[in-house]
Design a binder for this molecule. Structure first.
Ligand SMILES: C[S@@+](CC[C@H](N)C(=O)[O-])C[C@H]1O[C@@H](n2cnc3c(N)ncnc32)[C@H](O)[C@@H]1O
Length: 258
């Protein structure tokens, strides 16, 4: 059983995300590829639930490019949600922000959202699998769960002791390292990750992924020196127990034992 999620208190999150990842051009190519595919030729993003929204930059970035009917952000970090609430008039659609752990927030309707996002959220706290299945609960039938994961052909890194990240976005590291808050830096074996997604209930009817190798974040203390940074879209459909078709734009050596 995973432990309780960490309630991050640091102001580093609101300071960094209030100016980073607020514009389309500040998102990764893997994310933009997945977003474009989900929105389709008509550019419809519909109603969006952003789990781990920080200051809500995703809603602004998506609004530059696509049509949204609603943007709801949830974050466990109070300063980030306070900041998001100050910028409500900047959105192209009605918006709302909730502060709390997605596992305990109880005011959101299940099976409702066209697109539920977890960008660097499920793998940035203790109960990664629970966060993934909770996000899935909020996707309407026919909608997508869009998430990012760090993948490896080697063993998953689930323990804080073997993989964590300092929540510090400045240059280098501060002198008082021990006072900086830390987040788990979860890394998943590719087959482990696909099994988690394929076993979601109800079973998905399509999975897309786009990813590429890169070095871990400079503030991460982790075991592997390269990871496949991957954006995925998992569609909730009426699968009826059939095989799940996949579309994977991933380096082949991710599937080879190192
Ligand atoms: C690395 S930041 C990513 C922010 C944003 N999604 C992005 O990609 O730009 C991770 C965010 O997830 C939030 N978070 C982590 N665990 C959470 C949980 N269980 N419920 C809600 N938010 C969570 C953190 O507070 C933080 O703001």
């Amino acid at each position: 059983m995973p432990g309780k999620n960490i309630e991050y208190k640091t102001k580093q999150i609101s300071e960094y995300f209030s100016i980073n990842r607020v514009k389309w051009d500040q998102f990764y190519p893997s994310e933009k590829w997945i977003f474009e595919r989900v929105a389709g030729a008509e550019g419809q993003m519909g109603s969006v639930l952003d789990v781990g929204c920080a200051t809500g930059g995703l809603g602004l970035a998506l609004g530059e490019r696509f049509s949204l009917t609603e943007y709801v952000g949830v974050d466990i970090n109070a300063p980030a949600i306070d900041y998001a609430n100050t910028g409500r008039t900047k959105y192209s659609c009605p918006c709302d922000f909730l502060c709390g752990d997605i596992l305990t927030v109880d005011s959101l309707p299940a099976d409702k959202f066209d697109n539920v996002f977890s960008l660097s959220c499920a793998d940035w706290n203790i109960a990664t699998e629970d966060i993934i299945s909770e996000c899935w609960k909020y996707v309407r039938v026919g909608g997508h769960f869009i998430l990012t994961l760090r993948l490896t052909p080697q063993q998953s890194l689930l323990r804080f002791s073997e993989s964590f990240q300092y929540i510090y976005f400045g240059e280098g590291m501060p002198k008082n390292e021990e006072e900086v808050e830390k987040a788990p830096y979860i890394v998943l074996n590719v087959q482990h990750a696909l099994a988690i997604l394929a076993n979601l209930q109800p079973k998905p009817d399509h999975i897309m992924a786009y990813g590429y190798w890169g070095p871990p974040s400079p503030t991460a203390r982790t075991t592997y020196d390269r990871l496949v940074f991957t954006a995925l879209a998992v569609r909730k459909g009426n699968n009826d127990g059939k095989d799940i078709p996949g579309e994977f734009h991933l380096p082949v050596d991710l599937f080879l034992q190192e």
